[in-house]
Design a protein around this ligand. Structure first.
Ligand code: BES
Ligand code: MN
Ligand code: ZN
Length: 497
């Protein structure tokens, strides 16, 4: 899909544009947005409003053809809600309705001429980025493996966005397109069936990304992981016939002396629970347990396109969690790469076992900050639902600062996070009679207990943990990967560059 920006100075040219469809806003009291009044030169739009066919409720639409004095074949009137009070939610509704209508049209190009500088609390750049994001999300298809693909019209392939300040907004467009590419990669990987999306497949994808964008990519194999003493990671991987892959990607476009930001992704390509087997219902969804890894790969795709002058390292620990004669049993004790011994009381709490060794491994980079991304706990879904990812850090000044950066980036990118505690009280739950730590605690506060487990392995740098169990995919009719938190992470990195 192609996007371009048109300037406000060219509003009058909307009248003569030979576009397939121009979408313009109308308000609840039947007043017209600026673009709508331009197209109303022949009175066609006022007449449609007077007919009562559209009331201006946010997200309502009315398609007009052959509007007097307008060169475009179609004009789509889109409701924006009350005049002077275009909210973010109202704009989103209008945008979604516009793009849905564009998708069903038999024309190749369209203009989104909604008042993107009128959204309360948001800039025009946000609205431009939002347009790209929603258009690309809507176009995403999950039918690669279906014998018969959807026969409905291809819809609008080229979208021009009318915006003030072309130059500034063109930067927003470039960023949004790169983020959309990253989101699309993350979704494609996470949606991919677990027999196809194996650790080896993810390693291949990383290597291809590296070739395409000139990143250094390194893949550590089982033997190397054993030499490194990554026994917790291997304790999870050992139950499966699929070999584990520990993947490192490096985007080093900053100064040599700049400490890198390190992203660590959980890449469990299927989480059966292991010997602590999960119930059958919904187990297929555990193919999404590599959502953290998918997000890191998505971020690197966006970095490859945007090439910000900064140092970013991505580390993804990939394996399957399966029951077998070689699988870790409840009660097994393993020594982590850090030296701490872990009593594995539940083989389904595998994410923290994989991450703890990855978090120790990344110490070698002397990172400016480490952010891990993991579909870690069902408890986080209970706490925050599908709206926000969980954000966990220590509570000292430098961690508060990192937490604030992530909160701000989430808000900017409309990819929210909400902060939850990591405190000594949660760590208490992890005491074991037989080892330094147990891998599960007593019931209650499970998302914070998991974070408290990870905290033991992050003493030597500034660290934040994102639990994306509720945000990485959706269930129900709209079941599938979301690509979150790629938008948040890219924004966070760009804010630092
Ligand atoms: N991958 C799951 C977490 C998960 C559960 C994500 C549901 C999305 C939806 C993780 O490995 C897991 O199984 N966690 C356990 C931990 C428990 C055994 C302490 C959980 O949350 O039930
Ligand atoms: Mn699990
Ligand atoms: Zn898991």
């Amino acid at each position: 899909m192609e996007f371009s920006i048109k300037s406000f100075e060219s509003i009058p040219s909307l009248l003569t544009a030979k576009s397939g469809c121009i979408a313009v806003g109308v308000y609840e009291d039947k007043t017209l947005s600026q673009a709508a009044s331009v197209l109303d030169a022949g009175g066609g739009i006022s007449a449609a409003l007077a007919s009562g066919d559209i009331g201006g409720k946010a997200g309502s639409t009315l398609l007009l053809r052959g509007v007097a004095g307008v060169g475009a074949h179609r004009v789509l009137l889109v409701g924006l809600g009350p005049v002077g009070e275009v909210t973010e939610a109202g704009f989103d509704l209008a945008l979604a309705a516009t793009l849905a209508a564009f998708g069903t049209l038999g024309c190749a190009d369209g203009v989104v001429a909604l008042p993107c500088d009128q959204v309360k609390g948001r800039t025009a750049a946000w609205a431009v980025a939002r347009t790209v994001e929603l258009a690309r999300r809507l176009r995403y298809r999950r039918d690669t493996h279906k014998s018969k693909r959807d026969p409905s019209p291809a819809g609008v392939q080229e979208i021009a966005i009318l915006a003030p300040n072309v130059k500034a907004n063109r930067a927003a467009l470039t960023q949004a397109s790169a983020v959309a590419d990253g989101v699309e990669l993350a979704r494609t990987l996470a949606d991919r069936a677990p027999n196809l999306c194996t650790p080896a497949y993810l390693a291949q994808v990383a290597q291809r990304l590296g070739k395409a964008h000139g990143f250094e990519v390194e893949v550590l194999e089982r033997g190397q992981l054993a030499d490194l003493n990554m026994n917790c990671f291997l304790a999870v991987a050992n139950g499966s016939d699929e070999p584990p892959k520990f993947i490192v990607l490096k985007h080093m476009a900053g100064r040599l002396k700049d400490a890198p930001v390190v992203l660590v992704g959980k890449g469990v390509t299927f989480d059966s629970g292991g010997i602590s087997l999960k119930p059958a219902a919904g187990m297929d969804e555990m193919k999404y347990d590599m959502g953290g890894a998918a997000a890191v790969l998505g971020v690197f795709r966006a970095l490859g396109e945007l090439r910000p002058k900064q140092n970013v390292i991505g580390v993804i620990a990939c394996c399957e969690n399966m029951p077998s004669g070689r699988a870790t049993k409840p009660g097994d004790i393993v020594t982590s790469m850090s030296g701490l011994t872990i009593e594995v009381l539940n083989s389904d709490a595998e994410g923290r076992l994989i991450l703890c060794d990855a978090l120790t491994y990344v110490e070698r980079y002397k990172p400016a900050a480490v952010v891990d991304i993991a579909t870690l706990t069902g408890a986080c879904v209970v706490a925050l639902g599908h709206h926000n990812s969980g954000l966990f850090t220590r509570a000292d000044a430098e961690h508060d600062e990192l937490a604030q950066e992530l909160l701000d980036a989430g808000r900017q990118a409309s990819d929210g996070v909400w902060r939850l505690p990591v405190e000594a009280a949660y760590a208490e739950q992890l005491k074991s009679n037989f080892a330094d730590l147990a891998n599960i605690g007593s019931p209650g506060g499970g998302a914070s207990v998991a974070a408290a487990f990870l905290e033991n392995f992050t003493k030597n740098y500034v660290w934040a943990h994102l639990d994306t169990a509720g945000t990485a995919w959706k269930t129900g009719a709209d079941k599938g990967a979301t690509g979150r938190p790629v938008p948040l992470l890219v924004q966070f990195l760009l804010n630092r560059s």
